[in-house]
Write a protein that binds this ligand. Structure first.
Ligand code: ADP
Ligand code: ZN
Length: 736
């Protein structure tokens, strides 16, 4: 569990005149400091301490270790006037560090990401809309955006407002001069609105009522439990867990809801506000700095009662957390892949266990890990078998691309064309799903076959025609399409291979020039606001035809959408990912769930070259459980998760020779242990990423063995020099 030297037990400090202080830096452990007589400290206090020649903020982790001569210790400089980091949060930091094999300070950094919240409150200047005045005669588009941003929100800081409205600060100052916007002193903290759990929810259907009863009981009773809320899309799972939230709020606890992509959850926020009469506090990377500061502080002080956030919200300093909900628990977005590598769903269960409260995992397509935990009764489950209000599930069928191929250089097969035409003629909406951004995934020279590749990654450059750019989806490298082939100098010789959403859009416009088309990808929807606007337009039926990547798959409810065409259902099935089939099933099921959510029945067409693949069969026959059983059997046979454990080592560096040398050294020391197999080293599928050469090891363990101590012993003698790095990924979800 916890690394030695960082364990924190509250209250053990007493009269000790030295403390161990954990710093938010990737160091091996906590450091001892002397406590000067004028300062009183307790575990969890935020302090300023000297480190080398500078000062830094850290957290008192416990009494000093006593390993260093007290006379040689440096003094704690100051205790900050900030709420103490609760013992539960400190324990969690230690646990995550131990499990993920990260430096405790690196985990601590996630728990104190807003250092400004620790500073003494300062007075800030906010800008707000003066509602009583007429708008000036000269309303430019930029001015209008400022007004729109301010109209339905709190006062903003100048820089934030300029960013949100996408204008210069001059535009805002102009509006101040015109009397339309005024400045206010912002209190360092604003009291957040409190969700009202007494507002009535909807009348529940019997299956919902039964599920709610179970969940309410577990919340009121308290204590740790994990429950899966299992039900098809549209079954009313959200309504059900809203009742559990109401119970937790009523009991006086704080609540955390984790969503896989908070920036795309506009509808969820709206529903929450409708149900509880107040906007929830949000936590994600798109927040302005002032909002971050308030939220962090208000969570610590217990003023914020509910936070909806991305995985990083797990590390907020909740003073009395009483319930965590992990919505779409199967989503791989819960796995953080860089820095501290952790699986937020699993860590949410740990957090709940440590804090002795319930956690709810919600999904229509639960992960095999969770299903297995339900099967062995480690987790409980409630089931919502039917769609709310009798809406029927969409009819799913395959289109065999071998029999019904699309015309050359087009991607929509005749049967899908026909269905599309009928849907549009009937005044309904259609979605074409293709999980590929840009125009084409590959551009090559027709003369010599040269492929345009990223100079820094083992990856093709993807053409983005809307922006007239080539782009690497791994490192962000951008370039213009070269005037001639870099290999053979042929001019006008580039050919796009395969479709991306932009190319699909071209085909659709040619087929249905009259249809109002929208393309929804992370390139066109890059902020919460843009997502809200897109969803609003679709719901208001200002769009007839939607083309989208996986970001349309999640959670949205579009009543007029009756046709979903999956352009390439096989896309996720190849490659060496042990969860490829499971993920493809989840994603396509989720996309299919967008069709026919209201009274109108929906239809889903999957274009595939493998109509007999178990994934396609499971989707068509709506037999999730059988599919999962097959998948489970396969993984059990091969000892793969959840029946065994995996850990990956990723070695990287600037020079391929140095990385290979390191790989050989690591290979030589690999553990030989009953129940443990080490594969590798092999060049990673992305053998070059952001200019770094990469090699991988994969370690497979029996379930009853913990990989961490083995890896710790294995790597202890390894010294990293120069640019070499060695990353450990426990329970890996990506294998590139
Ligand atoms: P899920 O989360 O399972 O996809 P939702 O909770 O979003 O399902 O419910 C689907 C739709 O049905 C939503 O529009 C929701 O408001 C509505 N709904 C669910 N349960 C009820 C109920 N008991 N009464 C009225 N509307 C409901
Ligand atoms: Zn790249």
């Amino acid at each position: 569990m916890a690394e030695s030297g960082t364990s924190s037990s509250p209250g053990q400090i007493g009269a000790a005149r030295s403390v161990s202080v954990l710093l938010p830096l990737p160091l091996a452990g906590a450091y001892d400091y002397r406590v000067p007589p004028e300062i009183e400290l307790e575990a969890g206090d935020f302090v300023i301490v000297p480190l080398g020649r500078r000062e830094t903020v850290g957290v008192v982790w416990g009494a000093g270790s006593g390993e260093i001569d007290p006379k040689r210790l440096k003094d704690v400089a100051e205790r900050l006037e900030a709420p103490r980091m609760p013992a539960a949060v400190r324990r969690f930091v230690d646990w995550v560090a131990g499990y993920s094999m990260a430096a405790p300070g690196a985990v601590l950094r996630m728990a104190m990401s807003v250092s400004a919240a620790l500073e003494p409150p300062r007075v800030l200047t906010g800008y707000r809309f003066v509602s009583a005045v007429d708008l000036p005669a000269r309303m430019t588009e930029a001015r209008q955006r400022v007004v729109d941003v301010l109209k339905d929100g709190p006062p903003r800081l100048l820089s934030e407002l300029a960013r949100e409205a996408g204008c210069s600060t001059g535009v805002i100052k102009g509006l101040v001069d015109a009397g339309v916007v005024e400045t206010v002193e912002l209190p360092a903290r604003m009291s957040p609105p409190v969700p009202d759990w007494q507002l009535p929810g909807p009348t529940l259907e019997p299956a919902q009522a039964q599920a709610v009863q179970t969940l309410r009981d577990s919340v009121t009773k308290g204590g740790f439990s994990t429950t899966l809320i299992d039900g098809v899309t549209g079954a009313g799972k959200t309504e059900v867990y809203f009742e559990a939230i109401a119970a937790a709020l009523e009991a006086g606890h704080q609540v955390l809801v984790l969503l896989p992509e908070i920036a795309l959850s506009a509808q969820w926020l709206g529903r929450f506000e409708q149900r509880f009469g107040a906007k929830p506090a949000q936590w994600h990377s798109d927040l302005g700095s002032a909002e971050r500061r308030w939220t962090w502080r208000a969570v610590a002080e217990g003023e914020v009662r509910l936070v909806v956030g991305a995985r990083s919200a797990l590390f907020l300093p909740f003073s009395d957390l009483g319930l965590i909900v992990v919505d779409e628990e199967h989503e791989s977005a819960f796995k953080q892949e860089d820095g501290v590598i952790y699986q937020a769903r699993d860590m949410a269960v740990v957090r709940a266990h440590q804090g002795q409260f319930p956690v709810l995992l919600v999904s229509a397509t639960p992960s095999l890990e969770t299903v297995q935990n339900v099967a062995t009764a480690r987790y409980g489950a409630v089931h919502l078998p039917d769609r709310h209000g009798g809406a029927s599930l969409p009819r799913i069928s395959t289109i065999d691309l071998r029999r019904d191929p699309p015309a050359r250089q087009s991607w929509i097969s005749p049967p899908l064309r026909k269905a599309l035409a009928e849907t549009l003629a009937g005044g309904e909406q259609a979605l074409l799903f293709l999980n590929r951004r840009g125009y084409a995934p590959l551009t090559l020279c027709r003369t010599c076959g040269h492929r345009l590749q990223c100079p820094h990654c083992t990856a093709w450059l993807v053409e983005h025609r809307f922006r007239a750019r080539l782009q690497c989806h791994h490192c962000g490298y951008m370039a213009e399409l070269p005037p001639a082939c870099p290999a053979c100098n042929a001019v006008d010789s580039f050919a796009a291979c395969g479709p991306g959403v932009e190319r699909l859009a071209e085909e659709v416009v040619a087929l249905h020039p009259e249809a109002r088309l929208a393309v929804m990808t992370s390139d066109t929807v890059f902020s919460v606001r843009a997502a809200e606007e897109m969803v609003r337009r679709i719901q208001a039926h200002e769009v007839d035809l939607l083309i989208g990547t996986q970001i349309v798959a999640k959670g949205h409810h579009f009543p007029m959408l009756t046709l979903v065409g999956v352009v390439d259902a096989d896309l996720g099935l190849s490659g060496g990912d042990l969860r490829a089939a499971e993920r493809t099933y989840q994603l396509l099921h989720q996309v299919a769930g967008r069709a026919g959510r209201a009274e109108r029945p929906g239809q889903v067409l999957l274009q595939t070259f493998n109509p007999t693949d178990p994934v396609m069969q499971a989707l068509v026959s709506d037999d999730r459980d059988n599919f999962l059983a097959l998948e489970a059997k396969d993984r059990q046979r091969t000892g793969m998760p959840p029946f065994g454990r995996l850990a990956a080592l990723i070695l990287s560096g600037d020079s391929p020779e140095a990385v290979d040398r390191l790989a050989r050294e690591v290979a030589v020391r690999a553990p030989h242990f009953e129940g443990v197999t080490v594969f590798g080293p092999v060049p990673a599928p992305l053998a070059l990423l952001r200019g770094r050469h990469r090699r991988r090891f994969l370690m497979k363990c029996r379930r009853d063995l913990a990989p961490q101590p083995l890896i710790r012993d294995w790597l202890a003698p390894i010294k990293l020099t120069g640019s070499l790095r060695l990353q450990v990924d426990i329970d890996p979800y990506s294998f590139f």
